[in-house]
Design a protein around this ligand. Structure first.
Ligand code: CU
Length: 260
């Protein structure tokens, strides 16, 4: 009898144990399936959000902290066309300390607007390159013109793009050249030693060059976090992190110290 009772108790315990382990087996997959459902739902919400969000803008100024005295450069030849001196274009600072000819850009961006179409012109006028800094997206054809009616010889000191060196006599009004790789290219004229300029070939269309008031504006920027970089030919580079929210304008100010 005792054995029978003991074996019944053992049987009941076995039943209880297997029921418990059965519960565990059922609860396992149930717990695993919960996060799968959550993960599947998250991208759907995100995708919907991305598709309806408008873009934002980044604007601001580039400033000079210190005193700047404008310099002049002597014109060595063709003075009847170009005058005796020109203002040194390598550092332009307004009376309010605003820096011109600086390029502000987003260093890396995965998507966004297309490059601006249309002609991009680099002119040689009164023995200066106009604009002094030409910023373009890689692959944009540059129309190089000669408004002076005298001989110029444009010469790019490029490394990543093929070097470009062409005499442009007065009858050759236009040369078109394409720069396909991102690079900051110094430009010289082999006839007029004081002539200097830059072709800033950017990797994406999110850039702007500051005017004489030091301002810049990047439009149609998709919402996100970016590294914003300013480049100036004599003052160097600076970066700042910027976050663009949908439909909002982010404001950024850069400040350069005088070079020692
Ligand atoms: Cu020249």
């Amino acid at each position: 009898m005792k054995r029978t009772v003991l074996s019944m108790i053992g049987f009941l315990l076995c039943l209880l144990f297997s029921a418990c382990s059965g519960d565990r087996d059922q609860s396992g997959p149930a717990k695993e399936s919960e996060p799968v459902k959550t993960e599947a739902a998250a991208p759907t919400v995100g995708d919907q959000g991305m598709s309806v969000q408008p873009s934002g803008t980044i604007s601001g100024r580039v400033l000079f902290k210190g005193k700047h005295v404008a310099a002049t450069l002597a014109v060595g030849k063709d003075k009847e066309i170009c005058g005796n001196t020109i203002e040194d274009p390598r550092l332009l600072v307004s009376a309010r300390g605003e820096i011109g000819n600086a390029v502000v850009r987003i260093t890396e961006i995965a998507a966004g607007k297309a490059a601006a179409g249309g002609d991009v012109v680099l002119d040689q006028r009164k023995c200066e390159f106009v604009p002094h800094v030409l910023a373009i997206t890689a692959g944009t054809p540059v129309k190089i013109t000669n408004s002076d009616g005298i001989l110029h010889n444009i010469h790019t000191l490029s490394k990543d793009n093929p070097a470009f060196n062409r005499a442009q006599p007065k009858y050759l009004k236009e040369i078109t050249q394409t720069f396909s790789k991102p690079e900051i290219i110094p430009v010289r004229c082999d006839v007029h030693g004081w002539m200097s300029g830059w072709i800033f070939v950017a990797s994406n269309p999110y850039f702007d060059m500051t005017g004489v008031d030091g301002t810049f504006k990047l439009a149609a920027v998709p919402p996100g976090k970016y590294t914003l970089e300013v480049w100036h030919e004599t003052l160097g580079k600076q970066t700042q992190q910027v976050e663009v929210a949908a439909g909002q304008s982010a404001t950024v100010e850069f400040e350069f110290e005088p070079k020692k």
